[in-house]
Design a binder for this molecule. Sequence first.
Ligand SMILES: [Zn+2]
Length: 391
Amino acid sequence: MATAENIEAALKEAERVCKKQKICADKTAKSIDKLAETLLAAALDLPDHVIGREATNELSLNNAQDLLKDLTESTKDLHSAVNKLGKAVDKTFVQDICAAIRPVEFDQPTLNKVIAEHFYQQGNFRVGDTFVREAGIPNGGALKKPYIAMHSVLKEVLGHNLQPALHWTEEHKEDLRASNGSAAVSSFEFRLHRLQFLHTLQTAGPSKALAYARAHFAGFQETEMGEIQRLMGCLCFVKRPGSSPYSDLMSPAQWNEVAREFARQCCGLLGQACESPLLVAVAAGSIALPTLLKLATVMAGQNQDFQTCTQLPVELELGSEFVFHSVFACPVSREQSTPENPPMLLPCGHVLCKQSLQKIAKSPVRSFKCPYCPVEATLNSCRAVFFPDAQ
Ligand SMILES: [Zn+2]
């Protein structure tokens, strides 16, 4: 598996190969020059059949053989370094991931649509168009259209023009309210106006900025008063931005943040996640892959079939950024809870699914021992637990 130490070791081997290669190349060049010299000298000696010249020739020949030997030695050195590097690379990176692949039947048209939508969402319209054409996706234009609008606004935002984004928000206000609630819409709208105010302040000066604030901040007094006060504070530090306690508001990163937030709002209206589902799936798969490969090896050693097992015998921890909803899996049945089979809290604090609990309890009043600790409970003393969705 690729660990930091392994990669470090492979890098060291690579450095060694570079060094050896340089030494080898230098030696080879020198040896070849010398060899050529020797052979030339021997050739010059050849036509004369004067006694004593043979000895010189023999000397040249010996010399040449020595040089060749030297050459072979340094090449050998290089080869062994290359071999070692190869082994270090093999040790660090698993090349064959097939062991972790399980036969899953993909719904090809849906998968194609997900891929095409990914390209459009990322703004890779040409790649998306080609893919739509080659995969024969019907109605590709409809997939693309909303993302064209989104990216044209995003481009303007990143070019420091917020008007199209404000216009879009105004135009979709009702839909946005319906899907996100009016508080979220108003907060996004305020973010746009706030950035426009700061931009005006930086590019057109305090009086223009103040005029903008008068025109647009009134509607946000109730919810954003603290923030509006900070923005007014900025007016006093226009000439000395270095000593401004509001310098965080002036950060250029604001544009990227607003762009990201705009994309999120836009995708939300399209019923899409802001992160491309394809990217999320690939990222989650990459994180899970080492564990799955290990598991496949371990299971093969125990004569179990990784390809056909219906439930993974280990938990795959992907990290909090991959948690979208709170889920509860019953530790007894290993099944995920459902509204019909909710998680139930025992008096001891352990939680099982209702069905598992019913199997253990047999009757509502019979007391039974918790499967995880010695505390006794009755079905009637257990309470259903509700997990709010993660935000
Ligand atoms: Zn317990």
